[in-house]
Design a binder for this molecule. Structure first.
Ligand SMILES: [Zn+2]
Length: 267
């Protein structure tokens, strides 16, 4: 106790006698920080409001600033958050909406939209899932959904061609399907031809899949030909450059991947 009082009074005396110079030092550091932030503006998460020097890296992803330390969003979630908030026109009350692998970041936004919302996945591990649906065999009639949001699903699926044709089948003519997958050269950097999807049935263990496709449970690594696969399934691609068009300032601020594509498709 004695020691504590002594320490306390010592630090009090120290601050008292150095008050002016400490204030000066504080002002100098603030000025330095301001200068630094002009060159390296702080990163922000549009979803949870996190603001800081950076985001956290993530296994095998080329981009260094992936995960938000506060809400755990990745680059694509932050980009899609901006997209959905700007494009409220596609979250129309009463419309049918099929959402694969529902992410917690969007839960409130989608549920409060007044849409007929169908959060689905192949397993119920995710507590937000309400319907067990395999994208290769969607149990809905043709032309049922006004909106489909299917992000980072097709790279996990054995027959992705069937998956895309099912997504196309259940989409209403004039509806919107937002489809995303990791693409070689954009999300991962693997030493194979980036213009072609890379797939080898012999890579069937978690180790081999991680080594060749970037993640233990991926069954292929898409190349830039993914776009052709969507058009082969029948989709008309309305846009794929939403992120690029945000401009470098927003891309830096929210730590997005400039070349990542949100494929906005219709039928
Ligand atoms: Zn966040």
């Amino acid at each position: 106790m004695k020691e504590f009082i002594l320490k306390k009074s010592n630090s009090y005396n120290f601050y008292k006698s150095n008050y002016e110079s400490l204030l000066e030092e504080n002002a100098r550091l603030n000025q330095k920080l301001e200068q630094y932030q002009k060159v390296y503006p702080p990163k922000k998460c549009p979803i949870c409001g996190y603001e800081g020097i950076d985001f956290k890296p993530y296994v095998n992803i080329i981009h260094r600033e992936v995960e938000c330390p506060k809400c755990r969003s990745h680059e694509r979630h932050r980009a899609l958050w901006l997209f959905f908030n700007e494009r409220k026109d596609i979250l129309k009350k009463g419309n049918t909406f099929l959402h694969f692998a529902p992410e917690p970041q969007f839960n409130e936004l989608f549920r409060s939209s007044g849409m007929e919302y169908h959060p689905a996945d192949i397993s119920s591990e995710n507590s937000l899932v309400e319907e067990l649906i395999d994208v290769q065999d969607i149990p809905y009639e043709d032309n049922y959904f006004d909106l489909i949001y299917c992000s980072n699903i097709l790279e996990h699926v054995e027959d992705d061609k069937k998956g895309m044709s099912e997504l196309y089948r259940v989409l209403k003519p004039g509806g919107r399907a937002l489809i995303l997958v990791p693409i070689n050269g954009i999300s991962y950097e693997m030493p194979v031809d980036k213009s072609k999807t890379f797939e080898n049935p012999e890579y069937n263990t978690p180790e081999l899949r991680e080594k060749y496709y970037g993640q233990f449970d991926h069954v292929r690594l898409y190349g830039t030909d993914f776009k052709d696969k969507l058009t082969d399934a029948g989709f008309k691609i309305l846009a794929d450059d939403y992120i690029k068009n945000l401009g470098h300032e927003l891309i830096d601020r929210y730590a997005l991947i400039k070349d990542e594509n949100i494929f906005e498709c219709t039928k």
